[in-house]
Design a protein around this ligand. Structure first.
Ligand code: CP
Length: 334
């Protein structure tokens, strides 16, 4: 039975905490150059319908660090969607590679890719979700605060795919989630309903508001993202009117937050739009820690999904790290 990584909602809170432990372990091992070649001779197909810096590089380097190989597949280079259906592409790739990472325009397409693939499929961003980003972000918050449960996370801006996934992971893991967004751009009702249910179970506080000044008052972390993405350029003027200046993360907004509050952004950023240079380059910005942690998050996800499926017992350079990883993996219930 394969396990995909499509949506944070597909994982239990316990599994998400195991992922945090796994990321911590593999990050330490990678830094010490002691990460075992757990994916020796394994291959990952990486399909990108949209541009990417962090997701592409982190998955490719992660496969290399684990002794495997990654293939970068762009539209026009493979037949996906043009001369070959998603289902047939999934069937073919499944015969040749051990996992598929895909950044697709439409969330329904990654669900179809996963349905017809017999190897694990990892969502590298769709119009609705960005699960690998937010798992990495929770790890970054954990690194900076030493905890996860009870943190106050305030997202300021549009209900992007990152915001959707943040709302899900926060409410699953007991993080209090406040989102400050103009009325018209607030989360989809079905996603909000799921988050409310998560929050009821985890004890998280969940608040969606237009009052951005109030939203940052108790924040441990303030997170923002682009105001428009590929395909939304024609809405730029209208969106600018809705978000600027109140929803910009700048020194004025930061001055209303607690002194210890740190600033996050998944990147790429539109400097001078949703975030100012002085905040992004300031002492309270952890945006490049977030970017770095994408690498270790992808390493952990690839290990968790692909390593247990490899048939050959692997010789590893570092048995101690391998045993620690095996111990965490044994706690996953899927
Ligand atoms: N945050 C993120 O996914 O960055 P890329 O678009 O560069 O992959």
């Amino acid at each position: 039975m394969k396990k995909d990584f499509i949506d944070i909602q597909d994982f239990s809170p316990e599994e998400l905490f195991h992922f945090i432990s796994l990321i911590e372990t593999v990050k330490e091992a990678t830094k010490a150059r002691e990460l075992p070649n757990l994916l020796h001779k394994a291959s990952l197909a990486m399909i990108f319908e949209e541009p990417s810096t962090r997701t592409r590089v982190s998955f490719e380097v992660a496969m290399s660090n684990l002794g495997g190989h990654a293939l970068y597949l762009r539209p026009g280079e493979i037949h996906l969607g043009a001369r070959e259906t998603i289902a047939d592409t999934a069937r073919v790739l499944s015969r040749m590679v051990d996992g598929i990472e895909a950044r697709l325009l439409h969330h329904r397409d990654i669900l179809e890719l996963a349905e017809y693939s017999s190897v694990p499929v990892i969502n590298g961003l769709t119009d609705l979700q960005h699960p690998t980003q937010v798992l990495s972000d929770v790890f970054t918050m954990y690194e900076h605060s030493g905890k996860v449960r009870g943190l106050n996370l305030t997202f300021v801006g549009d209900s992007t795919n990152v915001a959707n996934s943040l709302m899900t992971i926060a409410t699953k893991m007991g993080i209090n989630y406040t989102q400050a967004t103009p009325k018209k751009y607030q989360p989809l009702p079905e996603l909000l309903k799921t988050a409310e249910e998560n929050a009821r179970k985890s004890g998280s506080l969940l608040q969606i508001t237009e009052d951005v000044e109030d939203a940052v008052k108790e924040a441990d972390f303030i997170y923002t993202d682009l105001w428009w993405w590929v395909g939304q350029e024609h809405e730029a003027e209208e969106r600018l009117k809705a978000f600027m200046p109140r929803f910009q993360v700048n020194s004025r907004l930061l001055s209303l937050a607690p002194d210890h509050a740190l600033v996050m952004h998944c990147l790429p950023a539109s400097r001078g739009m949703e975030i100012t240079d002085e905040v992004m380059d300031g002492e309270r910005s952890i945006v490049f820690d977030q970017a770095e942690n994408r690498l270790h998050t992808e390493e952990a996800i690839l290990i968790a999904l692909i390593y247990p499926r490899l048939k050959q017992p692997l010789t590893t350079e570092n048995e101690i790290v391998r045993q620690r990883i095996e111990n965490i993996l044994s706690k996953f219930t899927y």
